[in-house]
Design a protein around this ligand. Structure first.
Ligand code: ZN
Ligand code: ZN
Length: 222
């Protein structure tokens, strides 16, 4: 399974699995068009409504210029239908169920964010991949012995707490407090990978304010 991250942070998200599955559509259409041959993919898996994961203008263009099937939870289906997307090219998936998409089996996993969100288990020919970003916790999720995982490493816990304390002292606003309540730290992700013996982690959705510390934490761990 060839996993690629073309955009992965709070400014935009676009991932691919082989030449078959696209995950999220939170970038401009011109970026998508210049980056991937989207018409050759079969499925587009969506996670949640935040603009860095779902750019509706881009999605419409991609959808009308291809035969892509959109896969999403019911919380996004309502939004897509209200925007006139063709129902017959949307597969609505439920937590805990497994779906056959061509040669792949996929299954959505509940994520814990400030809006309804999900990750996906994706399996093909014995290869098991986990994709999950924008969640406060991975508690209750198992991915034992998975071959690969795209998991967010949004912030470094210690540095984020330092920056929050600093902002408070200066009477300044920081988005980090909210980020800590709705995103995974690099420490949580490393613990999860160790507990599950994930063979290869593709770090995702790294926030800019503690990026240096996140990369250091990953380097120390690998
Ligand atoms: Zn995000
Ligand atoms: Zn989000």
């Amino acid at each position: 399974m060839l996993i690629k991250h073309f955009a992965s942070d709070s400014k935009g998200n676009l991932y691919t699995i082989d030449e078959d599955i696209i995950i999220d559509c939170g970038v401009s259409f011109s970026f998508i068009d210049a980056t991937i041959d989207f018409q050759s993919f079969g499925y587009l898996l969506l996670t949640h409504e935040h603009a860095d994961h779902l750019n509706k203008v881009s999605l419409r263009k991609v959808f009308t210029r291809s035969n892509l099937i959109i896969v999403c939870g019911e919380w996004l289906n309502d939004i897509l239908l209200s925007h006139g997307f063709d129902e017959s090219r949307i597969i609505v998936v439920e937590f805990g169920k497994v779906y056959q998409l061509g040669e792949y089996k996929i299954s959505p996993i509940k994520a814990y964010h400030d809006v309804e969100n999900c990750g996906y288990r994706i399996m093909k020919d014995g290869h098991k991949h986990l994709h999950i970003t924008d969640t406060a916790t991975l508690d209750g999720i198992d991915a034992f012995d998975y071959d690969t995982a795209t998991i967010e490493c949004n912030h470094d816990e210690q540095k984020a707490l330092e920056l929050i304390a600093q902002a408070k002292e200066n009477g300044e606003f920081t988005h980090l407090k909210g980020a800590m309540n709705s995103h995974l730290s690099v420490q949580q992700t490393i613990q999860f990978c160790e507990r599950n013996r994930i063979k290869q982690l593709y770090p995702a959705h790294i926030g800019s304010s503690t990026k240096k510390e996140v990369i250091e934490a990953l380097r120390r761990w690998v």
